[in-house]
Design a protein around this ligand. Sequence first.
Ligand code: G6P
Length: 588
Amino acid sequence: MCGIIGIVSTNDVGKDMLTALEKMLYRGVDSSGMAVVSEGKILIRKGVGKVGEVDRAVRLRDLHGRVGIGHNRWATTGKVSQENAHPHTDCQGKIAVVHNGIVENFEELKSQLIRDGHRFASETDTEVIPHLIEQHLQRGFEEAVRKAFLSLRGRNAFVALHIDTPAVIAARKGSPLIVGVGKGEMYIASDITAFLDHTREVMYLDDDEMVVLQEHPVFRSISTGQQVEKRRVVIGWDAQDAEKGDYPHFLLKEIMEQKETIWRAINQKDEDILEIARTINSAPHTYFTGCGTAGKVCRAGEYLFSKIAGKHVDVTVASEFPNFEHLLNDQSLLIAISQSGETADVLEAIERAKKRGTRVLSLVNVEGSSLDRLSDTSVLLKAGPEKAVASTKATTAQLALVTLLAYATAGKLRQGKSLLFDVAGEVNDLLNPRYEERVRSLAKRIYKSPNIFIIGRGANFPIAQEAAIKIMEVSYIHAQGFAGGELKHGPLALITPGTPCIVLVANDELKEGILVNAQEIKARGGLVIGISPQNHSVFDEWIRVPDAGDASPIVNLIPIQLLAYQLGLLRKTDVDMPRNLSKSVTVK
Ligand code: G6P
């Protein structure tokens, strides 16, 4: 979703704003813009395209000033156009605003503002914000921002500047904003990676809070106007973790980092994991929730808990959570899984659960994210920054932790740890250039196919669905994942000679069944690609994975991630930033 940055400095901010926008590109972007206060004027440049293209067209880098705001837009309200790109201004051009979120009541607000004589230049919901601030400006800029924010409905974060104020003011509810404390320079951004080059010292803006960003930032509650004290926190990531290094793409870098990240994810304190296991065991109902790839990890969790711990857990994707929330109470436990910790549907689900007194545990990658801070307990995935839109290392870290929790809940923490440490070692060995080459040769065979199907049984069924997400988003090939046993209830009609079908096999009691399904595909002329610890006569192609027992979902996913990457390269897609998608979905 949109990336926003505000900088107040003793030096020129133009170059740092441009860099910050470039660092946030991975969140998804269709247009970009910047505004600075310079010699008593607000200067704005913006345009359609990624920030580099916009810079080439309108020279963003030539904007000079000590106070500035910038924006990467991922369109929601209003088409992708120059007029709709941020920043947006009031009637006088004295206030500029960049925004992330959706102003749910914007039509109502806009009609009223037009009746009051305001003139609008875009189709966006954002533009109501500078006009609302203008409306209250006689109370001073800070109070006007507070009043304007109180009129907005929905999950919103914005950063505003005013022609006569040597500060930027930011406010949030729902969408993330983090203050970075630099040397002679203060930042506010939707994302830590925007300013990680300059500082690791941060202060979190919480919901219903605003901050006047200046040499010493002042935080206030939006509803009461009272000042709020904040702690400075040093975060564990460093700038290099968020760079591509020698890799051509973030996606490949992050796939390769799984050599270490699985190990890091399970390297948690035993007492912490045992405490969570006790909570799970004492809760009469445990629910898992997440979105997208993390939602598939939740589904895998359902199988893993059933098999390893003999415990039933309920799973619902976070956007569907409101249909089930009435089933939760103060005895229930909700486990939320998320890479970013900022996905709007997940945050809303946990807010709803908390209102019912439900305890919330999260498995989350981004330390200090909204989910991390709102949860009663959170376990950090420790995967480091994940920048490719398609989640890889965070996913396997989540799977490893869920597997570990299932073992701990079964009273077998040691056994689970030992299995997962072995698997982490095997993944380290697997990710070698020969393996990459093997997957590349398979990709060359199938990259022109219009469809790819994936089947699995047990915990490998949700992994088949996750495999489909990976292939679709990275290569734009239509892909679908099914439970092996469901094939003959519809999907078989789509298997024609040569249709690639990936069969995820684990060396367990489900192996026989999934191999029968592979035969069904073969009998219709499908190209059977086995991802399996052992070769089998039914496979036309075989990609070997380690025999990982209950951790087979982790190892089966890794060749799929590599395959999606190779398919994307062959089809010349933007593998790090697939079209229409966003890394961090902060709107509902
Ligand atoms: C977006 C991302 C996916 C991710 C999903 C949930 O759609 O592109 O990769 O799985 O959001 O994100 P979260 O940060 O909550 O895991």
